[in-house]
Design a protein around this ligand. Structure first.
Ligand SMILES: *[C@@H]1O[C@H](CO)[C@@H](O)[C@H](O)[C@H]1NC(C)=O
Ligand SMILES: *[C@@H]1O[C@H](CO)[C@@H](O)[C@H](O)[C@H]1NC(C)=O
Ligand SMILES: *[C@@H]1O[C@H](CO)[C@@H](O)[C@H](O)[C@H]1NC(C)=O
Ligand SMILES: *[C@@H]1O[C@H](CO)[C@@H](O)[C@H](O)[C@H]1NC(C)=O
Ligand SMILES: *[C@@H]1O[C@H](CO)[C@@H](O)[C@H](O)[C@H]1NC(C)=O
Ligand SMILES: CC(=O)N[C@H]1CO[C@H](CO)[C@@H](O)[C@@H]1O
Length: 316
């Protein structure tokens, strides 16, 4: 029998230890509310969405759905320090960028990492030396994705629109459309900057899928760690070069997670429009979503966290 007060003391100690090298903590505290999401208060900038309120598309789940157990268990007892977040898209999820026309080709809702109300100042802090981007993803069984489409769900996007790394689900967009769904549609694909798949694993239902992407910003390399539920993270790749990514500030960008659904090509569009996936193509307008928790970024110079209170030396 563990007394609640002891549990609380341990939880506090564990949390303090684990935060030592955390640069950005995107694990939603229980005092964060949906009204905070509407005004981008707290750890997320919520502007990448359709015209309705942020909390129409992103919802904090309170105690209704347990977050990944990886960071939320103590002595085998659930001890949540965060709420899971539901991120959804529907037919209204047409993003209108500050400069540019509405993106009718995409449906997208993304949360962008920010600290103290600022995303731009956070970027150089998260993206120098060697850092690890942690996130955990679960299926939203009531709002399944359509695996005939391509989804880009987690990425770091420098100003040139490329992705330092990216997580893809579904059938990669092609012109013309190939056989759907593609063979590996139901797998997470971890892509490097040059869009090579460096790791893939099945997106099975009912599990939290935990990832950490180790990025060496000076040597421009990546390494992937992965586990399910409360299994500790383990390296699933060696350190692989990522030299097509720009070095210095040109290679840095916002850290996004959410649901970005690409269209299918519309055969009646012109060749130019067919290639313009942001603005053209076919969408069904269905409501779909993913569940996230365990989002944080840490410096890994003194080790990479692999589970609450546990760490290993950086990869490589
Ligand atoms: C939640 O509580 C923490 C710790 O007391 C505090 O620092 C933070 O500002 C609060 N966040 C919100 C959104 O109220
Ligand atoms: C959107 O959020 C704002 C701020 O929380 C609120 O005042 C407004 O009523 C909301 N609008 C809708 C349509 O829910
Ligand atoms: C979805 O939105 C698009 C763009 O606003 C619109 O043209 C289309 O009719 C909508 N589809 C459905 C099923 O509502
Ligand atoms: C999934 O997308 C395909 C291709 O656009 C479409 O034919 C199919 O109807 C969609 N399924 C659902 C459930 O919307
Ligand atoms: C980065 O590159 C330098 C120079 O090539 C090398 O000495 C160093 O070991 C590399 N660091 C890592 C972490 O690979
Ligand atoms: C896995 C891997 O080696 N990825 C790429 C990293 O960047 C270089 C340079 O562009 C590519 O050649 C690699 O294929």
């Amino acid at each position: 029998m563990i007394f609640p007060s002891l549990l609380l003391a341990l939880a506090t100690a564990g949390t303090r230890l684990a935060t030592a090298s955390i640069i950005y903590d995107g694990r939603a505290p229980f005092n964060l509310t949906n009204a905070d999401l509407d005004v981008s208060a707290g750890p997320y900038l919520t502007v990448v969405k359709g015209a309705l309120n942020a909390s129409h598309y992103s919802t904090l789940l309170g105690h209704s759905l347990p977050p990944t157990p990886l960071w939320n268990k103590l002595l085998r007892v659930p001890a949540p320090i965060e709420q899971a977040i539901s991120v959804t898209i529907d037919n209204s999820s047409v993003f209108v960028p500050g400069a540019g026309p509405p993106q009718f080709g995409f449906r997208r809702t993304e949360l962008i990492a920010q600290k103290n109300g600022d995303h731009a100042n956070l970027v150089p802090l998260m993206e120098s030396g060697v850092t690890a981007f942690h996130f955990s993803i679960k299926q939203d069984e009531k709002k399944p994705l359509n695996y005939s489409h391509e989804y880009q769900i987690v990425f770091i996007e420098p100003n040139d629109g490329s992705h330092v790394f990216g997580i893809q689900l579904g059938s990669p967009f092609t012109i013309p459309t190939g056989i759907l769904p593609a063979a590996n549609a139901h797998s997470f694909k971890v892509l490097d900057h040059a869009l090579n798949v460096i790791f893939q694993t099945s997106f099975s239902a009912c599990h939290w899928h935990n990832f950490a992407i180790q990025v060496d910003w000076d040597n421009r390399s990546l390494a992937v760690l992965y586990s399910k539920d409360d299994d500790h993270l383990a390296a699933v790749t060696a350190v692989v070069p990522n030299l097509s990514a720009a070095s210095g500030s040109a290679g840095q960008g916002d850290f996004h997670f959410g649901v970005l659904k690409l269209p299918l090509v519309n055969p009646v569009d012109s060749a130019a429009d067919q290639g313009d996936v942001a603005h053209h193509g076919l969408q069904e307008g269905t409501t779909e979503g993913l569940l996230y928790s365990g989002v944080f970024v840490e410096s890994v110079e003194s080790g990479i966290s692999v589970g609450a209170g546990a760490s290993i030396a950086k990869i490589g």
